[in-house]
Design a protein around this ligand. Structure first.
Ligand SMILES: Cc1cc2nc3c(=O)[nH]c(=O)nc-3n(C[C@H](O)[C@H](O)[C@H](O)COP(=O)(O)OP(=O)(O)OC[C@H]3O[C@@H](n4cnc5c(N)ncnc54)[C@H](O)[C@@H]3O)c2cc1C
Length: 388
């Protein structure tokens, strides 16, 4: 818990407004009232409406309708409220408002947080805790098949070796788990009809920028939402030539002991824009992506180009290659994936799925929350088997 630290300076910079915020309810209320001149009563009603949203609400209302209800015709406010959430979970104005409300409220509760020391430190701590509890971790072990016999799960096949188990929890994406690992023949027609309707979320591009050991960069905020597009548009954000991107700036304070600076640029992207390109064309498009990123970066950090000693780009194809997620999805599935994931073990006893589904269970927080829910299901299942 001591490593979970707040990022206090979130910067927005686009043709409609430029501001810095701690991205919590108190500061957003102030900005909406003073900068965007929204009456306090409307702001309060908006915040209590989104905070009160839950999974069992009407899911037909879209985020666009929600925004029009409270801030009609205010594309600037829609941008302030939506752009960061589109980066955080891939949702659009046309997704159910609940997928917006739950994630936005989480941010508004406290703000934006990061793990001081980075993912490597976090993973190291997880390994220690798991092994202390008797877990055997096998890396470099790609599961080729989930074995199902007589309608029950009996184990997995890894590198040609069968590992028997009465319960299998797959973290391999709900679409992967059903279509590639368990196989459609293991499920009922009714279930498969629902599974086939699952849409995966968009993917991402990232540019990793390493700053030379002896170089420093000026403090400009922790997370920069930048755009030169006139208005917010989900399609614009997904376009390969998008004029919108975020910069996550890691100063020595976020990685104590390293005393180095790094910057990561993130963009939302479509798998189809990157998949199937010939090697040379793919490499060239990555170079162009890096170049566009550097042009944007220098608007905030003039001269940064000369301080860089490492540049690398990742595309939807990269995310697909390393995580195996269908079409390189960054945030799992759209809303319909959650119900399919929840009912997996009812179709094949002993088989569970955990991971990003349905937008609201996406991102680190969502995936972890969903892990707790599934762990409860697994525990109940294992105990019920012991009692037999
Ligand atoms: C570029 C990018 C930026 C993001 N930024 C943020 C952010 O700032 N904040 C945030 O909260 N979320 C962010 N996310 C989203 C977050 O990373 C995901 O929501 C979360 O990691 C999903 O967890 P998961 O367990 O579903 O899948 P993953 O974390 O992808 O884990 C699935 C694991 O299963 C492994 N696997 C798959 N198939 C097999 C197989 N057959 N055999 C063995 N292993 C297998 C994969 O290798 C992978 O390690 C970002 C995602 C991306 C791509």
């Amino acid at each position: 818990m001591n490593s979970i630290v707040q990022l206090k300076d979130i910067v927005f910079d686009n043709p409609q407004f430029s501001l810095t915020t701690s991205f919590d309810r108190e500061d957003f209320t102030k900005i909406l009232r003073e900068k965007f001149e929204v009456p306090q009563e409307v702001i309060d009603r908006f915040f209590s409406t989104v905070a009160g949203m839950n999974f069992y609400d009407d899911q037909s209302k879209t985020t666009r309708e929600l925004f029009e209800e409270f801030f009609p015709g205010r594309s600037d406010i829609h941008r302030l409220l939506m752009e960061p959430i589109t980066y955080a979970n891939g949702s659009t104005l046309d997704d159910p408002a609940i997928t917006y409300g739950i994630v936005f409220s989480n941010f508004m509760n406290r703000g934006v947080f990061t793990f001081e020391g980075g993912t490597d430190k976090l993973i190291g701590m997880m390994v220690t805790e798991l092994e202390k509890n008797g877990v055997t971790i096998c890396t470099k072990s790609k599961v080729e098949r989930i074995i199902i016999e007589n309608g029950h799960v009996t184990g997995v096949e890894v590198n040609g070796r069968v590992i028997s188990a009465p319960t299998v929890i797959s973290n391999s994406g709900i679409t992967n788990t059903i279509f590639n690992l368990a196989g459609p023949e293991s499920f009922s027609d009714e279930f498969m009809a629902r599974a086939e309707a699952i849409r995966v979320n968009n993917s991402s591009c990232q540019v990793y920028i390493g700053i030379k050991e002896d170089a420093t960069i000026e403090y400009k905020g922790d997370l920069l939402f930048t755009s030169t597009a006139p208005e917010f548009s989900s399609d614009e954000l997904l376009d390969p030539h998008t004029r919108s991107k975020t910069f996550s700036v890691y100063y020595p304070k976020t990685r104590p002991g390293h005393d180095r600076y790094t910057i990561v640029a993130s963009m939302n992207s479509r798998y189809d824009d990157w998949n199937g390109l010939a090697r040379g064309e793919y490499e060239q498009k990555k170079e162009e992506l890096i170049e566009r990123t550097l042009v944007d970066l220098e608007r905030y950090f003039p001269g940064a180009r000369d301080k860089i000693d490492w540049l690398e780009a990742a595309t939807p194809v990269t995310f697909n290659r390393y995580t195996l997620h269908t079409r390189g999805t960054s945030f799992g599935t759209k809303f319909e994936g959650l119900d399919v994931s929840r009912s997996l073990f009812k179709e094949v006893p002993g088989l569970f799925h955990v991971g990003s589904v349905g937008i609201i269970m996406s991102g680190w927080l969502g995936a972890i929350n969903y892990g707790v829910i599934v762990a409860n299901d697994v525990d109940a299942y294992v105990r019920s088997q012991e009692n037999h």
